[in-house]
Each structure stands twice: as structure tokens, then as C-alpha cells.
Design a binder for this molecule. Structure first.
Ligand code: NAP
Length: 310
């Protein structure tokens, strides 16, 4: 049987929030384990350029992730791989189980699992995933040099990543299902000035089509006129919002009806010793800066909580 390992704090998720919480807690001399199912950085790894994080005019997502990881582990926080499958509250201790069969016992847990990218759920999406359908411009953009791309969505992610793709593609057509963008106004302005970027409103994708090898285009529906159409493209990048990564926490009674974790403004859930931060939280703003702020508060609160245990 796998051995149980004991820590003061287990931080689940190594995005900007989790790394910051780990830094604050370990700097307060707590023993800290950061658990993540992959490389540190979370959604930073899918972000080409960040222009709205204090201290940087612009910075590449993976570069910022590396700096944050170095900062987070400098006071002794450890890092381990594993997908958390269960979190159990046992009063003064919490038990964290991973898919690799590891069990970690902690006095406190910080949930920092973030959000995942929603899929369109249209025919062809799964079939052509990795064959022209992508959810990550920074990972896959280079495969589409000089080609025509479609970006789906109208939020910050669609506009920001669409702009990144214009550096590689011959043209980027953004399909927006409503009559307006949701992205920050400054980003919208910048995108509208970009000669390689085209916006088509009131348009949904009903199917992604292709040949035996790759995507060749999409079938569309105009939500205003009711007309159906087709559009050729070499790649489809989907940015239609996010969902909370909270499946292992459903038994704790800490989620809202959409699955985001409910906390107070000290990042405490209703279970003593379980905190939540960043994008996974029920929060009006999901940004790197807000996740980092949440992480600092949680790191400090965890210290107070653990110090107060008998
Ligand atoms: P989002 O803000 O939720 O926007 C999702 C977009 O996808 C909306 O335009 C929505 O259209 C559209 N959409 C949803 N379902 C669709 C469907 N089935 N077909 C077509 N379009 C669909 O998501 P996001 O852009 O991924 O951003 C997530 C969070 O991260 C936000 O809080 C955002 O501010 C933050 N973020 C910030 C930055 C930054 O500050 N630099 C960068 C990226 C993300 P409707 O408007 O019609 O619903």
C-alpha cells in the first residue's frame, strides 16, 4: 500500500493562485506540498502574451509561469504530480487522494484547480481535435503559418488569442454568436485595427467538417437571418468560456449551483481548513492578478488556521 505523506498544507493546482498561496504559506514556515496534474503555470501555459499583469509591459505566459514557480518553491514548498480524485474532510486533518494512488494528509488544503476550456459540442469537434481543432493558440498556432484560421468566441480569450494567431496565419476570422464582443474594450479596439483580423457576428458553428486528414471548414448558422452557410478554414481555435475544475470536491457541499467554489473574502469555504482561490472560486473577475491576490490572502489565512489548531 502507498505510504501516507503528511504536510501542514496541500495546495491543489499550480497556477498563479496556487503558486502564490504556496509561497506565502512556506515563507511562514509551514510544510507545503503543491500538487498538480501537469506542469506548473496552469492556464498561463495556454496564454501567448500577457499585457495586464503588474510589473510587465508584456510577458509570455510560460515565462511568467516559470518565474512564479521559482518564487513559490524558494522557501521549501515541494511539488508533486498527480490528479486529485478525492478530498475528504476529517475535521482537523484533510485527506487528499490522487489517481496515482497517493494519499496526502494535511491540516489545511487550498483548492486552486482553476477552470477548463468549454467545448462547442458540435459534430466534428472531437473527430478533428488535434487535426485542425485546437483550444491552445500558443501550443498549436505554429502549425498554421500562412493559413486561414477561424476563432470561435467573443470574450477576452478569443480576442487575445486571435490577435496572437494573426502573427502566424494569413487571416483570422472570429465567429461571434451574438451581435457584440465581451472582451475588454481596449483589446477590442486593438483587434479591430488589426488588418488580418475579421469579425463575423450573429454566427454559430453547427458542424466542423474535414477530409480524412484534417479540418477543411465549418458549417454555420446565422442567428439573425436564420440562414445556413459554410466557410472554408485550415484550423479552428475554440474559446467559448470556461467551467470549474471541481469534480473531486462535489462531496464537500462547498460549490454553487454551477460548480464554482463558494468562499468568503478570506478565501475560506464553509469547511474549516479548506480554502479556495483564483478562477475556481465564485468570483466576478478571473485574472492572473486576482488569482495572485487570492493566493496571498489564502497563504496568510492558512498560516493563522494551522497555528490555531491544538
Ligand atoms: P468568457 O468571458 O466567458 O467568454 C466566452 C465567449 O464565448 C463569449 O463571447 C460567449 O458568447 C462565447 N460562447 C459561449 N458559448 C458559445 C458557443 N457555444 N458558441 C459560440 N460562442 C460561445 O470566456 P473567456 O474569454 O474564456 O474568459 C474566461 C475568463 O478569463 C473571463 O473572466 C476573462 O475575463 C478572463 N480572461 C482574461 C484575460 C485578460 O485579462 N487578459 C484573458 C483571457 C481570459 P456570449 O457573449 O454570447 O455568451
Amino acid at each position: 500500500m502507498a505510504e501516507e505523506k503528511h504536510y501542514d498544507v496541500v495546495v491543489i493546482g499550480a497556477g498563479p493562485g496556487g503558486l502564490t498561496a504556496a509561497m506565502y504559506a512556506s515563507r511562514a514556515n509551514l510544510s507545503v506540498l503543491i500538487l498538480d496534474r501537469g506542469i506548473y503555470g496552469g492556464n498561463l501555459n495556454n496564454t501567448a502574451t500577457i499585457e495586464n499583469y503588474t510589473g510587465f509591459k508584456n510577458v509570455k505566459g510560460p515565462d511568467l509561469a516559470k518565474k512564479m514557480y521559482e518564487g513559490a518553491t524558494q522557501f521549501g514548498a515541494q511539488y508533486a504530480y498527480g490528479t486529485v480524485t478525492k478530498l475528504e474532510d476529517q475535521g482537523q486533518t484533510k485527506e487528499v487522494t490522487t489517481d496515482m494512488g497517493d494519499t496526502f494528509i494535511a491540516k489545511a488544503v487550498v483548492i486552486a484547480t482553476g477552470s477548463g476550456q468549454r467545448h462547442l459540442n458540435v459534430p466534428g469537434e472531437e473527430e478533428f481535435s488535434g487535426k485542425g481543432v485546437s483550444y491552445c493558440a500558443v501550443c498549436d498556432g505554429a502549425f498554421f503559418k500562412g493559413l486561414h484560421l477561424i476563432v470561435v468566441g467573443g470574450g477576452d480569450s478569443a480576442v487575445e488569442e486571435g490577435m496572437y494567431l494573426t502573427q502566424l496565419a494569413s487571416k483570422v476570422t472570429v465567429l461571434v454568436r451574438s451581435n457584440k464582443l465581451r472582451a475588454q474594450p481596449m483589446m477590442q479596439e486593438e483587434a479591430k485595427q488589426n488588418q488580418k483580423m475579421e469579425f463575423i457576428f450573429n454566427t454559430s458553428i453547427t458542424e466542423i467538417v474535414g477530409n480524412k486528414v484534417k479540418v477543411t471548414g465549418v458549417k454555420t448558422h446565422n442567428n439573425q437571418t436564420g440562414e445556413d452557410g459554410e466557410m472554408a478554414a485550415d484550423g479552428i481555435f475554440i474559446y467559448v468560456g470556461s467551467y470549474p475544475m471541481t469534480k473531486p470536491f462535489q462531496n464537500l457541499g462547498i460549490l454553487d449551483d454551477q460548480g464554482w467554489v463558494k468562499t468568503d473574502n478570506l478565501m475560506k469555504t464553509k469547511v474549516p481548513g479548506i480554502f479556495a482561490i483564483g478562477d475556481v472560486r465564485e468570483t466576478p473577475l478571473r485574472q492572473i492578478a486576482t488569482a495572485v491576490g487570492d493566493g496571498a490572502i489564502a497563504g496568510q489565512q492558512v498560516y493563522q488556521y494551522v497555528s490555531g489548531l491544538k
